[in-house]
Design a protein around this ligand. Structure first.
Ligand code: NAD
Length: 360
């Protein structure tokens, strides 16, 4: 039965522009093409200068610049931004920045129904998904709603030139994680598999080149291209154990998003590989390596990324709770996730040693 094609695939209605300089040249055209006349630009405090340039490029179509985005979209931050959007009478929102800014744009769209546009400056991939997140009382809630999906995404590699190399590396491996889990997702299709392999190859090739030459627009462009493909995989498929672990570690233990993905990925894949050998083989092929989990760990190590959850500040005493929270949820994963299994992955990631687990 393995060779009989059987799949479902839904393509999202997203316009994508990819070009150096596009943030200020293409965003006004995209807004016009979507029929938007009153745009609120949102960003975090560090991205304010870039967002100001995008706001200026919109001319009279810009009705405000809101610089209040914060990591994981705290509910009060979202409420404030919704008030600003309503007071300005905005019909659209342009989120400029990383996943936190895009997350705030999505939160505004969720509550007001206005049309989101994204101008990403990291590789988080949020711009390609209909998934929103909100953090309240120490817990992060996520949901899917087509209203939050950016209708246009403007990729401008020039925006990523300022992304420091350590952040480039972890954000890039965060993108790689989307492609890895898309390969064994229950709703993978031939198209997502193609995007995943190409996205992995592009990102894994680009990251060392960016680390060598951070001002190379060519290398930055390859990384952002990889991020687009990996983000498209995230938007089109259902993520498994790796993303659940990172969600728990970020939401409950406040570990940093991209760094946590970077540390956990080799171990989550090593756990799943015996139940998803084709996916592991595809990752290995894309990385031009014999063994996917070891190659992912070596890539991160070579680029100076954090190696262990201990390094990220997790306490050993937290491992059991994190494992129980991960195993206590139901989600699709190629290998059954028991509390012992989740604990084994977490302990290995905590220690940062070689990613090896016995198969089923
Ligand atoms: P982020 O947006 O918080 O950015 C990380 C840091 O990098 C910030 O300090 C930011 O100011 C800075 N930064 C961003 N772009 C920069 C640039 N070009 N130059 C210099 N500094 C820059 O982090 P992130 O990793 O992009 O996104 C993480 C958030 O996105 C998390 O909350 C995560 O849950 C969410 N996310 C959501 C989805 C989704 O589909 N909903 C997908 C991926 C991530």
């Amino acid at each position: 039965m393995k060779d009989v094609l059987d799949f479902f695939h839904e393509s999202w209605p997203v316009r994508v522009v990819f070009r150096p300089g596009a943030a200020t040249t293409a965003t006004p055209r995209e807004a016009a093409a979507l029929g938007l006349r009153r745009l609120l630009v949102v960003c975090g405090s560090r991205g304010a200068a870039t967002a100001r340039a995008v706001a200026d490029s919109l001319g009279p179509a810009c009705v405000g610049l809101h610089t209040g985005a914060r990591m994981h979209v705290p509910a009060d931050v979202a409420t404030r931004a919704v008030e600003v959007a309503r007071a300005a009478g905005a019909d659209g929102c342009v989120a400029v920045g990383g996943g936190s800014s895009i997350g705030l744009g999505k939160a505004i769209a969720l509550r007001t129904g206005l049309t989101p546009i994204a101008v990403p400056s990291t590789y988080s991939g949020s711009e390609m998904t209909p998934v929103w997140g909100l953090t309240e009382h120490g817990a992060k809630r996520t949901g899917r709603d087509p209203v939050v999906l950016p209708r246009s995404v403007v990729y401008d590699p020039e925006l990523t030139l300022s992304l420091p190399v350590p952040l480039t590396v972890t954000s890039g491996i965060n993108a790689v994680a989307h492609a890895v889990e898309a390969l064994y997702a229950p709703d993978a299709s031939p198209l997502t598999t193609l995007m995943a392999e190409e996205g992995l190859r592009a990102m894994a090739g680009a990251l060392p080149a960016v680390a060598d030459q951070p001002d190379s627009l060519e290398a930055r462009g390859r990384a952002l291209y990889g991020a687009w493909l990996c983000g498209s995989c995230l938007g089109a498929t259902t993520m498994g154990l790796h993303h659940k672990l990172c969600h728990v570690l970020g939401g409950t233990f406040d570990l940093p998003h991209a760094e946590t993905h970077t540390v956990v990925l080799p171990y989550a894949l090593a756990y799943n590989a015996p139940a998803a050998p084709e996916a592991a083989a595809t990752v290995a092929r894309a990385l031009d390596a014999a063994d996917a989990p070891h190659a992912l760990r070596a890539l991160a190590a070579r680029l100076g990324a954090p190696r262990s959850l201990a390094e990220l500040g997790l306490r050993e005493a937290d491992l059991a709770e994190a494992a129980a929270r991960t195993a206590g949820q139901s989600y699709a994963n190629p290998r059954a996730v028991t509390a012992e299994g989740a604990l084994a992955v977490l302990r290995a990631a905590y220690e940062g040693g070689p990613p090896e687990f016995p198969g089923d």
